[in-house]
Write a protein that binds this ligand. Structure first.
Ligand code: HEM
Length: 309
């Protein structure tokens, strides 16, 4: 018994949850890029006295509806997360799955409150940055949850200690890239709307620091690729190679968009592509990490096991 015997077709909820966690990052980006963050100037109401956009409010209807649609998506996400928790309790007797589903629900409620604080502080850049970073963590949790429910992890991969350590370093540096990217956004023209305050860093310095960490990240990816080539064998080698090639390809593409947007004055449509790219790189990186770090012993007992050469 793997604990997944009664999972059934309803497990698609977990894929939907992952998709929506990624999609809301894009819609949140559209809110910022179109300067619609205060389209609903208050929270939890959209306009004073109305939970939906009001024809009498001062803000433009387009901005109000863009911000309101983003709020509606949070409700949908919360609803899907609740369904995932109920499904896990009913059909999946695995503590880790139930805990991850519960964390998703908790995280979405926290995001709704943080979104409210963002509006009530007039789109303060530190809350805008925090909002994105919490979403990035929720995406990692949703992917781990989805892969567990689909039986993709824990797998039979048993990387060497060196590869396992490199994967951990990659995720740490990858997350730092994302943190630095969101600081660049919080400093630059697309944080909040045109009137909201900005982080007080020098934009050029933080953008180059962001790009420098990306270069280090790509170097680390190549080192990990070599370690996998030289140190791994069998199914572990094949699986890890397949996944790391995805991370490398996506990171190079994302880096190219990053430089292009910087040298063309950060036009909105490239910023949107860069945001989609960031989510994609993060998904591929986390997928590589959980494949290589969650291992099971040949006897089936749980717990991390590394092959010691
Ligand atoms: C693996 C590669 C990269 C990743 C994962 C990444 C990730 C990110 C993230 C998460 C953001 C915040 C997005 C937002 O809040 O809208 C960002 C912003 C930004 N990134 Fe990157 N980035 C990468 C490469 C680069 C490179 C090489 C450059 C070149 C300078 C660059 C330039 C920028 C700029 C200028 C912004 C701010 C855009 C704005 O004004 O909204 N990025 N990046």
């Amino acid at each position: 018994m793997s604990g997944l015997d009664r999972v059934g077709k309803g497990r698609v909820i977990f894929t939907l949850l992952l998709f929506l966690q990624c999609f809301i990052v894009l819609t949140g980006g559209i809110v910022r890029i179109t300067g619609s963050g205060l389209g609903c100037p208050t929270w939890p109401e959209c306009a004073p006295g109305s939970f939906t956009p009001s024809p009498y409010q001062a803000e433009s209807p387009l901005h109000a509806w863009i911000e309101f649609a983003n709020r509606l998506l949070t409700f949908l996400l919360g609803f899907v997360a609740l369904a995932a928790v109920i499904y896990a309790i009913a059909f999946i007797p695995l503590k880790r799955v139930r805990a991850l589903a519960g964390l998703q629900l908790f995280g979405i409620i926290a995001q709704a409150i943080l979104g409210g604080i963002t509006v009530l502080t007039g789109l303060h850049p530190s809350t805008v940055v925090a909002h994105l970073l919490v979403s990035i963590l929720l995406i990692a949790g949703a992917l781990s949850l989805r892969q567990r429910v689909y039986g993709a992890i824990p797998g039979a991969s048993q990387p060497t200690l060196l590869t396992a350590r490199l994967l951990k370093a990659l995720v740490t540096v990858g997350f730092t890239v994302v943190v630095m990217g969101s600081i660049v956004t919080g400093t630059g023209p697309h944080s909040g709307d045109s009137d909201s305050s900005r982080l007080t860093f020098d934009l050029r310095t933080v953008a180059w620091l962001h790009a420098d960490i990306v270069i280090f990240f790509i170097g680390l990816l190549i080192a990990t690729l070599i370690a996998i080539h030289l140190g791994e064998t069998g199914a572990t080698r094949t699986t890890l190679l397949q996944k790391i090639y995805w991370v490398i390809a996506l990171s190079l593409g994302q880096g190219a968009i990053g430089y292009l947007q910087w040298f063309t004055g950060v036009p909105e449509f490239l910023v949107a592509f860069h945001l989609i790219g960031a989510v994609w790189v993060w998904l591929s990186l986390w997928n590589l990490y959980i494949t290589g770090s969650v291992t099971s012993s040949p006897s089936g007992s749980k717990g991390a096991q590394y092959r010691v050469e």
